[in-house]
Design a protein around this ligand. Sequence first.
Ligand code: ITT
Length: 192
Amino acid sequence: MRELVFATNNQHKTQEVRNLLLNEYSVLNLNDIGCTTDIPETADTFAGNATLKSRYVADHYQMDCFADDSGLEIEALNQEPGIFSARYSGVKDDLENLKLVLRKMEGQSNRKARFRTVISLIRGGEVFLFEGIVNGTIRETPTGEKGFGYDPIFEPEGYDHTFAEMSMEQKNQISHRALAMNKLITFLKERP
Ligand code: ITT
């Protein structure tokens, strides 16, 4: 099977993407290619950070590669945590980050939010970007044990369950990452 490098250290993201590419590509993450560097994410946009990660692998490993940068944007918090989603509380701890969001949202009636992913693919030195967005609302209390990150407090529009109450297969039918990945998959099919 063809191999594709996904520049991530996040096991949950790796699993979601492996599940989406099941029959088409074998997905290698940073751990699989022996990259232990904590690649700096110093840009101020999702696209910028995703490209820092994909370019790092392309430059250091001479492999075509894609990376995603994603996060939660909450309307009432001026789109925070946004690009700071992974370390919103100051530490890379999903529960602490989620608790901080809930504290900041206390008493807030506008609960609108969206998850956004930008994928950066580097092929033959050229960068291609793919975006996925899913709208929803922030719950007042966490529910569900599945998924990761802010999944227990995010209810996608049109559903009465949080992402953390859905199976990976269900989340993969509607999620921001799945939408962006589907664009990437279409691109790869059209330009193999
Ligand atoms: P890599 O940079 O190694 O890929 P990361 O976890 O640091 O892994 P990001 O920089 O893209 O990934 O940060 C995204 C953060 O946003 C992530 O840690 C979660 O807290 C949150 N997030 C992203 N996608 C999510 C999803 O599908 N469900 C819940 N939270 C998500």
